[in-house]
Design a protein around this ligand. Structure first.
Ligand code: F6P
Length: 487
């Protein structure tokens, strides 16, 4: 079997290099071992009338990484426009932030079609395509237009909202109908899956039986595949990272003080304003926690060209400075606030150094930081996870301290409780969470999805006509490394 995995962002680096976004970091180890080719954006754009893609290919484990320059004329409308100013807010139930022009939608469709043409190069008779995330909702339909009959699956890393919210996205009907060209659509939680099927039944008037949608494209299986991590590997990384210079310096600087850690992309869905307000409230309600408990908040800048993100960055910087001004002392800073990315290796060590992990998004598909924080803990003296009930991870990590991120006082009290939780309770909660992580790993997620995808199309595959394996000779291509035969 040949596997082609597609996502907008790919992980080019190693775990020892800074990486942005849960998807890329999560996929890297499994894609690397699978021998798949992973196709995504190079982060560069290319001008002019490029009809065909410019692909840079390098080796990735047993497979290859193929990075495409996306068309300059459409990149802004696709990425900052439709994907991140219309779909992202809608998927996170922020209808108030949905902004999309007709041109943005056109660019989104153009980039999906462009990616589909690029993928033909990697098609072999036994290829399966696995498309990731909201950037490529229409990619399956574009592949079918080009005559691709192989299995094509899709996994959504974000939540899927209620019908009335997704209906705020211009062209929602056309787009969701296009999604039904996928053979399999995977969601993080059963709520997401139910919201999707409810839309398909009520708004598109289609029949759904036993998780199978029947449409003009044929049948589409919809199912839940909660994404996991490799808890053992992460635990080992965390134990090793204790001696990393960044981690040792942090520990030394604490002088016995307790630490909470938050690690997020700087995004309005992450609930950062509410979190800082909750800490502010906690230090006001419990002055004894001043000097004895502080917060390290890492907020990696993201999508800075979008107004809502620029505004958030300014608001957050001001709020942190106000709170530090209010509660700080000459020799104590309540919140250490960093706007940069860290490697997985360093993060693992930082998580282990913190007695409390705060993961309090207003809405999140899964949130792998929650899982990584748990896996990084010292089993003999584990920290406490404070987790939003609106993160997908709350379905599994139900022995975390679950909070409503809109209830600032409630969060303040819960964070204070976390700082003072006795060892026996911490261990009991942590062991239950580790058991859940071990039962649902990233390797299991990867294998389960592919198995389900294979099953959806096994008959179609068997009867598929032979396909071109070679790309048209005219395509510009530059290869780096061995690329496992993709040259
Ligand atoms: O599903 C969420 C996601 O695709 C994750 O990879 C990550 O949280 C984020 O979006 C990445 O966004 P961007 O590539 O725009 O930084």
């Amino acid at each position: 079997m040949n596997l082609v995995v597609v996502s907008n962002r790919v992980a080019r680096g190693k775990v020892s290099e800074p990486m942005t976004g849960g998807l890329a970091a999560a996929l890297l180890p499994v894609v690397e071992n699978s021998g798949a080719i992973w196709v995504g954006s190079s982060g560069r754009v290319r001008d002019g009338s490029q009809k065909e893609p410019f692909v840079e290919i390098e080796a990735l484990g047993a497979g290859a990484l193929a990075m495409l320059d996306l068309p300059a004329a459409h990149y802004g409308g696709y990425y900052e426009g439709f994907a991140n100013s219309a779909l992202w807010p809608a998927l996170h139930s922020r209808s108030d932030l949905i902004l999309a022009s007709q041109d943005d939608y056109g660019s989104y469709r153009e980039v999906n079609a462009f990616m589909a043409r690029a993928l033909l190069r990697f098609r072999k008779p036994d290829t399966m395509f696995w498309i990731q995330d909201y950037h490529f909702l229409a990619l399956g339909a574009e592949l079918r237009e080009l005559g691709v009959t192989q299995p094509v699956g899709f996994f959504l890393h974000t939540p899927w909202p209620a019908r009335s919210v997704i209906a705020g996205v211009p062209h929602h009907g056309e787009l969701i109908e296009a999604m039904l060209a996928y053979d399999l659509i995977g969601f993080q939680t059963s709520d997401d899956c139910e919201n999707f099927t409810s839309y398909v039944q009520s708004d598109l008037g289609l029949a759904v039986r036993d998780g199978v949608v029947i449409s003009r494209h044929g049948t589409t299986q919809v199912a839940v595949f909660p994404i996991g991590i490799d808890p053992e590997k992460f635990a080992q990384q965390a134990a090793k990272a204790v001696s990393h210079p960044d981690v040792s310096r942090l520990r030394r600087s604490l002088n016995g003080e307790k630490l909470a850690i938050g690690v997020d992309r700087l995004d309005y869905s992450k609930g950062l304003i509410n979190r800082i307000n909750a800490f502010d409230r906690m230090w006001t309600l419990q002055p004894s926690l001043a000097r004895t408990a502080s917060l390290l908040q890492i907020a990696t800048p993201s999508r800075g060209a979008i107004e809502a993100y620029g505004n958030l960055q300014n608001e957050l910087a001001k709020l942190v400075s106000d709170v530090n001004g209010r509660h700080g002392e000459v020799d104590w800073t309540p919140i250490r606030y960093l706007n940069k990315g860290f490697s997985q290796t360093v993060l693992a060590g930082l998580y282990r150094a913190a007695q409390v992990g705060v993961v309090t998004p207003l809405h999140d598909g899964m949130n792998l930081v929650a899982k990584e924080y748990v896996a990084a803990q010292n089993p003999a003296d584990p920290g406490v996870l404070v987790l939003s009930k609106f993160a997908g991870a709350a379905n599994e990590l139900d022995t975390a301290l679950l909070v409503n991120p809109h209830d600032i006082d409630g969060m303040a009290r819960t964070i204070a409780t976390a700082f003072s939780m006795p060892l026996a309770e911490r261990r009991m909660r942590w062991e239950a969470m580790m058991a859940r992580l071990r039962a649902s790993t990233i390797q299991g997620w990867f294998a389960d999805f592919l198995e389900a995808l294979r099953e959806t199309r096994s008959e179609v595959c068997a009867s598929a006509p032979p396909l071109l394996a070679e790309p048209p000779a005219s395509w510009p291509l530059r290869s780096v490394g061995t690329g496992a035969g993709y040259r």
